[in-house]
Design a protein around this ligand. Structure first.
Ligand code: AVJ
Length: 336
């Protein structure tokens, strides 16, 4: 029934499928070479999420300023029942599942409707997916867990997809990390995994008052600053660099032209950074910036255009009264 390339890893209590990439992916050394050696300097946001960074992100989600997580969770708790009744999926595949916390709303709704299905959390972090599988198996006895480990940037073509209706889930507003071109490619790739009748449930952040946006990425407790700076520790560890986080500061600002939050690390002094694994170094001048993340904010229409552009049809578009966030259910229509 399953297609695609994968290998199994078994442990005493759990196992997961390792989903192989469909294309060669740049490693951290390539990303440093391509992004940091010459200005404008940048790094892919995926390097935020080592163990400490993932922990910091969870703390960010609990700050009063960072509204996306709780807004999306409120939408899910309000509409999960309707979504499950509408879709009745045989399989739920979640891209970038992390702790799967918000997804429990969908699983609770399955329980309410006595609807059984399988759940395939897909994340880069094997340990996380393994833990989630253990917890959810315990909480939802009827649920068939099919944990998957891999990188969704490396292609979705090897995801094992069941023969019944599948609901793909991509939450949190992470679509905002993609440039418009990358987002288009990503939706095309999801669509290519879908069979007619399958659904996609997408969470995306909306354009809003700049003060609200800026505050969300500049929480007063400095958790977002710590999260941003932590990427320097990741580089120190992974490419043997000698960053001193004390010589950098966190900068996050809303770019009005491009409707996106841009997050930078700003060099506080003139300094030379060496990368021993690369045998090279760079000099950063005081005030020089490294772009570490873009987080795009969308209008209602933009989101619908992006989804329908890949050939899917909008089934429901949920938003809260303040229009802070969108939860969109779309479907690849059956051929007429
Ligand atoms: C996980 C990518 C949705 O863009 O808001 C939070 C990451 N960065 N605070 C976002 C993040 C700074 C987050 N996403």
């Amino acid at each position: 029934m399953n297609r695609g390339e994968h290998s199994a890893r078994n442990t005493a209590q759990s196992s997961y499928l390792q989903v192989q990439p469909t294309r060669p992916m740049p490693g951290i050394l390539d990303d440093v070479l391509n992004g940091l050696m010459h200005p404008p300097r940048s790094l892919p946001p995926k390097y935020f999420y080592d163990e400490h960074g993932s922990w910091l992100f969870d703390r960010i989600c609990e700050t009063k300023e960072y509204y996306p997580t709780r807004t999306e969770d409120a939408l899910l708790s309000q509409y999960s029942s309707e979504i499950i009744r509408q879709t009745l999926p045989v399989q739920i595949v979640e891209l970038g599942s992390g702790t799967s916390r918000k997804t429990r709303r969908l699983l609770d709704a399955c329980e309410t409707h006595a609807h059984t299905c399988s759940y395939a959390p897909f994340d880069v972090c094997g340990e996380m997916v393994h833990q989630v599988a253990i917890e959810l198996r315990h909480k939802y006895h009827w649920l068939k867990m099919e944990p998957l480990v891999g990188d969704y940037h490396a292609g979705l073509g090897n995801l094992p997809v069941a023969s019944g209706i599948t609901m793909f889930v991509f939450l949190g507003g992470t679509i905002g990390n993609f440039t418009p071109d990358e987002a288009r490619d990503f939706f095309d790739e999801i669509r290519d995994c879908m069979h007619p009748g399958d659904y996609l449930l997408l969470g995306a952040d909306r354009v809003k008052d700049e003060r609200v946006l800026n505050a969300a990425y500049n929480d007063v407790d400095g958790l977002t600053a710590g999260f941003n700076l932590n990427v320097l520790n990741v580089l120190n560890r992974e490419v043997d660099a000698n960053f001193n986080a004390g010589n950098f500061s966190h900068l996050a600002l809303f770019n009005r032209e491009l409707n996106r939050i841009e997050m930078y690390l700003v060099s506080a002094i003139d300094q030379i950074i060496s990368f021993r694994k690369l045998g090279s170094s760079i000099s950063l001048s005081k005030g020089e910036r490294i772009l570490t993340e873009i987080s795009r904010k969308f209008t209602y229409r933009e989101l619908e255009t992006m989804i329908t552009g890949s050939g899917m049809e909008i089934i429901r578009h949920y938003e809260p009264v303040n229009n802070y966030f969108s939860l969109i259910l779309s479907q690849l229509r059956k051929a007429q």
